[in-house]
Design a protein around this ligand. Sequence first.
Ligand code: ATP
Ligand code: MG
Length: 348
Amino acid sequence: MTGFDSDETLSALPQTAEREVETTLRPRKLAEFVGQPRVREQLELVLESARRRGVPPDHVLLSGPPGLGKTSLAMIIAAELDASIRITSGPALERAGDLAAMLSNLVEGDVLFIDEIHRIARPAEEMLYLAMEDFRVDVVVGKGPGATSIPLEIAPFTLVGATTRSGALTGPLRDRFGFTGQMEFYADDELDLVVRRAATILGIGIDEESSAELARRSRGTPRIANRLLRRVRDYAEVRADGRITLEVTRAALAVYDVDELGLDRLDRAVLGALVNSFGGGPVGVSTLAVAVGEEPGTVEEVCEPYLVRAGMLARTPRGRVATASAWEHLGLRPPPEYARPDQSALFD
Ligand SMILES: Nc1ncnc2c1ncn2[C@@H]1O[C@H](COP(=O)(O)OP(=O)(O)OP(=O)(O)O)[C@@H](O)[C@H]1O
Ligand SMILES: [Mg+2]
């Protein structure tokens, strides 16, 4: 273990070395899945009704920011149905042939999981329409005028799509899902359960105050909660006697540059640029992304949802605007127009 590199500690995106531990920590059954009461209840009904009728359930779309449990839920759906799951992703389905091969290998009742489904290439997407609706694909053989299309039956299956950007999905694709689960950020008490569950699985001792503190600073995201737990464990082992107490937790979080609200470096950079370089906005998301040296997609899908939910940033038709809380969080005084009773002029 070399020092405490905090670079990616807070990112909601998975790190490569993290896959294995994420697999260990994945809830296996719906009953084990913490939080998301609405999605869980809706999904329970969809699955139970399909089970009773003895047919594969409707196609399911799971949408929400990274690290909230979309992949976990997809696997749970398969497990609850006692079905096998085939996993692929939008970017992997560049050619329609890739998708045709996957689809024709499906066995009745299989779950096909397509992660990042908004990034699927157009020809594959069009093939998916027919597959989702009629369990059929048209395979085109040959090129040019001599090309013929051969219809191919596929086994009835359930498609589970995951996306961090449901807005980027085309209408026809979205319409073919029978159920959309909109994942929300987790409440602190739910994340507290996530942390304790992970601590038990990983054999980490942690007291109640510390798990509550970790939950509070995890940006509403289980992936981050689990990661911070492991980083605090490292700190406790190296710099303390191995036990995780509130004092150790706070000291560790300070080392990893996790602020009181759990905002990460990128979140703070975005707020900082918005406030310091653009006077609080409104400013377009691409300009904001250039200012912090990130892809607009990352700022939009990874950063903004939490900043909006934390009441720091507003998305308006004219661009992104910092709220008074954003200024205050950065230790600055909001400009006088924020103090007016009718702030709405800023945000329309
Ligand atoms: N409800 C939950 N209860 C317990 N642990 C959870 C829950 N949701 C997610 N996790 C944990 O968070 C990790 C990340 O979850 P998951 O990979 O399912 O997120 P995701 O939404 O698919 O993220 P991405 O958009 O990056 O693919 C999992 O390994 C799991 O340990
Ligand atoms: Mg995932």
